[in-house]
Design a binder for this molecule. Structure first.
Ligand SMILES: [Zn+2]
Length: 171
């Protein structure tokens, strides 16, 4: 077992070699973004602190284990306490207890408009606070692992427009 690649390494090697200029790569990321958004919708709408093994969370949100690994990778820096993602296995207990301000900020940093504009945010952070965090992030000039999506792909927010004319527009 110890000689095998970790789940995280497997995910990153697979996901980040998907070319967004191929049909297969586009479909992979579209699927990932749709599932990711679905998990965030449920997570943000509930005040429950979600914990369980990686496999239990995959089952809870009805996604494949590898997708759950990708989700845990993406949310890690926004958590109250980071999970041991580097060497987690399907049986590792993880928590999705997030810091709402960090999560919102990081969604802005990733330019994931379809995530930081989810309606569930209305009940979590005031509009004013969100505007402050948004401005703070934009001023910092940092882009945290921008969501991997081709400029000509359909925007993951579901607008039907191309990404480059929608959430991917230079701001
Ligand atoms: Zn969009």
């Amino acid at each position: 077992m110890s000689s095998e690649k970790s789940l995280l390494t497997q995910w990153r090697e697979y996901a980040y070699t998907q070319e967004t200029n191929t049909k297969q790569g586009q479909m992979f990321w579209q699927t990932y973004f749709t599932l990711e958004q679905g998990i965030y919708e449920k997570l943000l709408a509930s005040s429950e602190v979600v914990t369980g093994t990686v496999q239990e969370l995959a089952d809870k949100y009805d996604v494949e284990l590898s997708m759950m690994v990708g989700f845990l990778d993406g949310i890690n820096e926004s958590l109250v306490k980071e999970n041991p993602i580097d060497d987690m296995t399907a049986d590792t207990v993880v928590s999705l207890e997030y810091d709402k301000e960090k999560l919102y900020y990081n969604m802005v940093a990733a330019r994931a408009e379809w995530l930081y504009n989810l309606p569930a945010w209305d009940d979590l952070l005031s509009k004013e606070r969100r505007q402050e965090l948004y401005r703070e992030q934009k001023k910092s000039g940092t882009i945290v692992r921008e969501k991997k999506i081709g400029r000509n792909d359909p925007c993951p927010c579901g607008s039907g427009k191309k990404y480059k004319f929608c959430c991917g527009k230079a701001k």
